[in-house]
Design a protein around this ligand. Structure first.
Ligand code: IVH
Length: 667
C-alpha cells in the first residue's frame, strides 16, 4: 500500500499487521485451517516490511519479518528427510531472471545458462513420497525442510498416487518422488458450492483447501476432497538429466506436467513462461509461474545450495493475482440504463501487472454478503483479463474507524429517488431523464458501434450537454455550427467538421440504429438479430413479448427489456423525433446462402480481415452470427490467440474452422 503515515499511525499499523500475519501463520501451521492465499500473506508481509524499512526502530524481535520457514505441527509423527527439501528462489519478470542468470553463470564459470527443463509451478503443497521395493512406504510434508510430518494415511486417499510401481532397473526399488499435492479448480469450485449451501466458510483458493485437507488427522476428510498429485522430481541413482526424471516418473505412472519442455536458454525460457501465462486461466489447476531447472544433473549439483534454495533452479513467478489494499470509499456510478452501481475507490495497488484504483462492487447485496466496510483493508483479485474484484475484507485489521456503507436513497447525479424493480438486485434511478444516465446514453449513441459520429466523443458530448445544447439524442441533429463554435476549445473549422460528421450519419443501417438506442441488454449482436428478424423499426416497436421471443437467441429477459423500452412514452417520443431526422437503410431479408440456417461464432484475430468484416461476410452468406458458443453453434471460426470460446467449442464438439476454411465456405 503506498501511503505516507505519521509515526504513531505507522506504529499502530505495524502492530496490527503483526497480529494478523501471526494469526494467519497460526491458522496455517497449527490449526491446519489456512484462511488466505500465500499471495495475500506476502502482500501483508511486504507492507509490514516497508513500514519497518521506513521506521527501523519499529522492528520487534517477534516480528514475522524476522523469522524464516514454518515449524511442523506437533500432532503428526515427525519425519527427518534423507535429502533436505529445498525451496526455490523467486524471480519476478524478465529483468530479475536475467540478473539471476548472470549471477549463477558467473558462479558456475559459464557465460550463459542452459538448457533448462521448464515446467509449471503448481500452487499446492510440497510432498515427499518414499518408495521401498517399489512400494509407497511414507508420505511426508516439507515442514521446515529438514523435518516434515508423516501424512501417509491421508495421502493414500489420493488416486493419482500409485501405491506400487515398477521402476526401471537403473533406478532400483528404493527412491523418493517429490511433487505437489493440489486441488484442481473444478472440484474446488464444487467444494465451495457445497460449503456455501451448508453455511460453512468458503476456501479462498484451491491451495488452502488442499493444504487443509492433507493436514487433517482424519483421512476420511482428506478422501472427501478430490486432491491430485503432480510429480516434479525423482531422487535416485543414474539420473543424468531432469528431463530423464520426468520421463521415468511418467513411465512409472505418475502424473507429470504435460506442458513441461526442454528450453535451450533464458530467452526460450522467457518465451515459454509468457506462453503459459496466456493459458494460465484456462488450465484446470492453479499455477503461479514456471520452474526452470538446469537440465544437466551434474551442472545442477555443481551449483550447490544457497540459503534454502538450489542455485541451479529458479521459480519465475507471474504477477500476483491477489493483493491487499485499502478501500478508501464506495462511490456510486449511474449507468446508461439508470442502474446505480457501487464502485470501490481503492488505494492504488499493482495487481496482475497493472495499477488498479477502482473495482466494481456489483450491488448492495454483494457488499452486505462480503461484509465490506469503508476503510477496510480488502483483498483485491484480478485474474487474467477479468475485471478486478474485491474478494472481501480482512476484518482483523480494522481500527474501529471503518464505516458501514449506506446505499443512497436518492440518485447521486440527479437527486431523484432510487428504487429496486421486482426481484432485481440493482437499484435504479426513477428519473427517466436522469442526466447521469442521459449523458451516458448520449455518449453511447454516437460511439463506434452505434452511429459512429467522428468528433462527437465523450468529452464533446459532455461539453455540449453542459452548454445545454443537447438534452436528448435527437438534439444532436438540431445542432448548428455556430452553437458549437461558441464553445471553448472549438473553432469554426472543427465545428463545421462535427456538423458534417453528423450529417454523414443521417442515413444509417437498422442494426446500428437499434444498438444506438441503448436498450438494456441489447448489444451489437442482439441488435443485429432484431433487425434481421423484423426488418424495420416500425415492426420492431410494435412487436409484443411473444413475437420478440421468437427471434433467434433472444430470451425472456431481453425480450422484456425491449418491449418495455418501446412501451415508455418518452422513448416513443424520442423515436418519433429520431425517425424524422434519420433515414434507415432498407434491410433485405436474409438471402439463401451457403451458411443459411447455420449459427456461427468468430473468435481470435483474423489475418485477412477485421472481426466486423468477417461477421458481415458470414451474415451475407446467410449465417446467424453469435457472440457466445453453445451446443447449438454450427461453427466456430478460430483466428490467432483465441480465447476461451475456442476451448468451449472443443469441449462441446462444435466444428472449428480456420480462417481459410471459413473463407472457402462463404465463397
Ligand atoms: S522443483 C528445490 N517444480 O514450489 C525445490 N517445485 O517455491 C525443487 N513447486 O518447494 C522444487 N511446482 O513445493 C518444483 N514444477 C515444480 C513445482 C514446484 C510447485 C513448489 C514446490 C517448491 C516450491 C518452491
Amino acid at each position: 500500500m503506498i501511503k505516507t503515515m505519521t509515526k504513531p499511525e505507522a506504529e499502530s499499523r505495524a502492530r496490527k499487521l503483526r497480529e494478523v500475519i501471526n494469526g494467519l501463520r497460526y491458522r496455517y501451521h497449527v490449526l491446519d485451517d489456512p484462511e488466505v492465499t500465500d499471495e495475500i500473506y506476502d502482500s501483508l508481509t511486504s507492507e509490514l516490511k516497508q513500514i519497518e524499512a521506513e521506521h527501523q526502530d519499529l522492528i520487534t524481535p517477534d516480528s514475522p519479518t524476522q523469522r524464516v520457514g514454518g515449524a511442523p505441527s506437533p500432532k503428526f509423527r515427525k519425519v527427518t528427510h534423507e535429502t533436505v527439501m529445498l525451496s526455490l528462489d523467486d524471480v519476478h519478470g524478465d529483468d530479475e531472471l536475467l540478473a539471476w542468470e548472470t549471477k549463477i553463470a558467473k558462479y558456475l564459470g559459464a557465460k550463459k545458462l542452459g538448457p533448462f527443463y521448464a515446467e509449471l509451478k503448481v500452487d499446492g503443497l510440497a510432498m515427499s513420497l518414499r518408495y521401498e521395493g517399489g512400494v509407497l512406504v511414507q508420505a511426508a510434508t516439507r515442514g521446515d525442510g529438514q523435518v516434515g510430518e508423516d501424512v501417509t494415511r491421508n495421502i493414500l486417499t489420493i488416486h493419482s498416487i500409485p501405491f506400487q510401481v515398477k521402476p526401471p532397473k537403473a533406478i532400483g526399488g528404493n527412491f523418493e518422488v517429490r511433487g505437489e499435492i493440489y486441488l484442481p479448480k473444478k472440484p474446488f469450485e464444487e467444494l465451495n458450492k457445497q460449503r456455501a449451501k451448508a453455511g460453512e466458510p468458503l476456501f479462498a483458493n484451491p491451495r488452502n483447501a488442499s493444504a487443509g485437507a492433507v493436514r487433517q488427522l482424519d483421512p476420511a476428510i482428506t478422501a472427501q476432497r478430490s486432491l491430485a498429485f503432480m510429480a516434479y522430481s525423482l531422487l535416485g541413482p543414474a539420473l543424468t538429466t531432469h528431463q530423464k526424471e520426468h520421463e521415468i516418473l511418467m513411465a512409472m505412472g505418475f502424473v507429470t506436467d504435460q506442458h513441461a519442455q526442454l528450453v535451450g536458454d533464458v530467452q526460450e525460457l522467457i518465451a515459454f513462461a509468457a506462453k503459459m501465462q496466456t493459458e494460465r486461466d484456462r488450465l484446470p489447476l492453479q499455477v503461479d509461474g514456471v520452474v526452470a531447472t538446469l537440465n544437466d544433473t551434474n551442472t545442477f549439483r555443481r551449483g550447490g545450495v544457497i540459503g534454502k534454495a538450489p542455485r541451479g533452479a529458479v521459480a519465475y513467478k507471474w504477477p500476483a493475482e491477489e493483493v491487499t489494499t485499502k478501500l478508501k470509499d464506495i462511490l456510486i456510478q449511474v449507468g446508461r440504463t439508470g442502474t446505480l452501481t457501487p464502485v470501490a475507490d481503492l488505494e492504488p495497488v499493482v495487481v496482475a501487472g497493472s495499477t488498479v484504483h477502482r473495482a466494481t462492487l456489483h450491488n448492495a447485496d454483494e457488499i452486505e454478503r462480503k461484509g465490506i466496510l469503508i476503510g477496510d483493508t480488502v483483498i483485491l483479485r484480478k485474474a487474467g483479463d477479468v475485471i478486478p474484484e474485491v474478494v472481501g475484507p480482512i476484518k482483523e485489521l480494522r481500527t474501529g474507524q471503518e464505516k458501514k456503507f449506506k446505499f443512497p436513497s436518492k440518485c447521486p447525479v440527479c437527486g431523484s429517488p432510487v428504487e429496486r424493480i421486482g426481484a432485481e438486485v440493482a437499484y435504479r434511478c426513477t428519473n427517466p431523464d436522469c442526466y447521469g444516465s442521459l449523458l451516458l446514453q448520449l455518449r453511447h449513441f454516437t460511439s463506434k458501434n452505434a452511429l459512429d459520429i467522428v468528433g462527437l466523443g465523450p468529452k464533446v458530448i459532455d461539453a455540449l450537454y453542459d452548454a445545454e445544447l443537447i438534452r436528448d439524442q435527437a438534439d444532436i441533429f438540431h445542432l448548428k455550427a455556430d452553437d458549437i463554435a461558441q464553445l471553448e476549445r472549438f473553432g469554426e473549422l472543427s465545428a463545421s467538421n462535427i456538423i458534417r460528421a453528423i450529417n454523414d450519419k443521417r442515413k444509417i443501417s437498422l442494426p446500428r440504429f437499434i444498438y444506438a438506442l441503448g436498450i438494456r441488454h441489447v448489444g451489437v449482436e442482439t441488435a443485429q438479430a432484431l433487425a434481421q428478424h423484423f426488418l424495420s423499426i416500425e415492426k420492431l416497436r410494435q412487436a409484443n413479448l411473444e413475437q420478440l421471443q421468437k427471434v433467434p437467441d433472444i430470451g425472456p429477459v431481453v425480450a422484456e427489456s425491449v418491449a418495455n423500452y418501446f412501451k415508455t412514452k418518452p422513448k416513443q417520443e424520442l423515436l418519433d423525433q429520431l425517425i424524422e431526422e434519420i433515414t434507415l437503410e432498407k434491410m433485405t431479408p436474409p438471402k439463401k446462402g451457403p451458411l443459411s440456417g447455420q449459427s456461427i461464432v468468430i473468435t481470435g484475430t483474423l489475418e485477412s480481415m477485421g472481426r466486423q468484416e468477417a461477421q458481415a461476410k458470414a451474415r451475407a452468406a446467410g449465417a446467424d452470427v453469435n457472440d457466445s458458443v453453445s451446443k447449438n453453434t454450427s461453427y466456430v471460426v478460430v483466428g490467432a490467440n483465441p480465447g476461451s470460446k475456442a476451448d468451449k467449442a472443443k469441449k462441446l464438439g462444435v466444428k472449428i474452422l480456420s480462417e481459410a476454411g471459413f473463407l472457402r465456405l462463404v465463397g
